[in-house]
Design a protein around this ligand. Structure first.
Ligand code: SAM
Length: 286
């Protein structure tokens, strides 16, 4: 639908369908006409690419994605939006809407069934209440996707795109950097949404690496250690990691010596490689 990015048209469609916004489902719809074409252009989609969208809303971004991609599959939780999407996406033959909770979908199966023989990217304006869980699911499931281009709250963007080893970094920064390289594409003001949220947003792109960016001997142990280290970020790693992993202070000191890391360091001061080395040294003494 050509005029879909026009706020008057969006209001007309929503009122025609008697739609009311659900805060619980993170419904802040884009009403700034310049944002969706930019996201569609920068997400890496072309006529050989399948795009997975999460939360199409009334289909403003979906509409732009359909113009550049070979196929778009959009997963929407809110059943009330299905008749709206049927109307707004009527002119496109290359789109499929699936009514489901993205957290419960087998995405490996979906990608192999829907995007056979295509390169795959994710492009979405994510519901803010589950931004990190969705991003973590997409990365941890090791899906055959090249990149995730997503709109998130500005604070989340800062954390996701922070450098590991900087003050802004957190456990999610480490996870994102383990699986991908993150870049901030552009900021989006709160006034670009209806209803307007209390914070600004940003579009980021996570370029997914073919294999993790560091070698760890035991991924589960690595992430457990990272979570413990950042859960009490003001404490030294000696305090946070020993309690999180039920390790004695002496064993942890030996692991630190073997990895060349000070046990009195704080998690946010360690690089991705140092965190990997520390987890491997703990694995070796366990
Ligand atoms: N893409 C639209 C836009 O940019 O205007 C809507 C974005 S809005 C921030 C988030 C969308 O995600 C809503 O349509 C909401 O209903 C949907 N949603 C919320 N939780 C979801 C879930 N668990 N699985 C799939 N969709 C979800």
């Amino acid at each position: 639908m050509e005029r879909l990015s026009d706020i008057g048209e969006i209001k007309r469609i929503l009122s025609k369908h008697g739609f009311t916004f659900s805060k619980a489902m993170g419904q802040n719809f884009l009403v700034n006409p310049s944002v969706c074409p930019r996201m569609a252009e920068m997400c890496g989609a072309d006529d050989k690419t399948g795009v997975l969208e999460i939360g199409p809303g009334i289909g403003v971004l979906t509409n732009e994605l359909c113009k550049v991609a070979r196929k778009v599959v959009a997963i929407e939780l809110d059943t009330r939006l299905l008749p709206v999407l049927e109307e707004t996406l009527a002119e496109h033959q290359n789109v499929k809407v699936i009514n489901a909770d993205v957290m419960k979908v087998d995405l490996h199966k979906l990608i192999s069934e829907e995007f056979s023989g295509m390169e795959v990217v994710v492009c979405a304006n994510l519901p803010y209440y589950i931004t990190s869980p969705i991003i973590m699911k997409l990365l941890e499931d090791k899906l055959p996707i090249n990149a995730l281009t997503v709109m998130v709250q500005k604070e989340a963007a800062d954390r996701l795109c922070a450098e590991v080893g900087s003050r802004e970094s957190g456990a999610v920064t480490v996870a994102v950097n383990y699986y991908s390289s993150a870049e901030k594409l552009f900021g989006v003001s709160r006034g670009s949404f209806m209803p307007a949220p209390n914070v600004d947003s940003a579009v980021i792109r996570l370029n997914v690496s073919k294999k993790p960016r560091i070698d760890v001997k035991d991924e589960k142990l690595f992430f457990k250690m990272v979570k413990s280290a950042f859960s009490q970020r003001r404490k030294t790693i000696s305090n946070s990691v020993t309690s999180g992993l039920s390790l004695s202070k002496d064993s942890f000191k030996t692991a630190c010596e073997n990895a060349g890391i000070s046990p009195t360091a704080r998690a946010e001061a360690l690089t991705l490689e140092e965190l990997g080395n520390l987890a491997n040294a703990i694995y070796d003494i366990k």
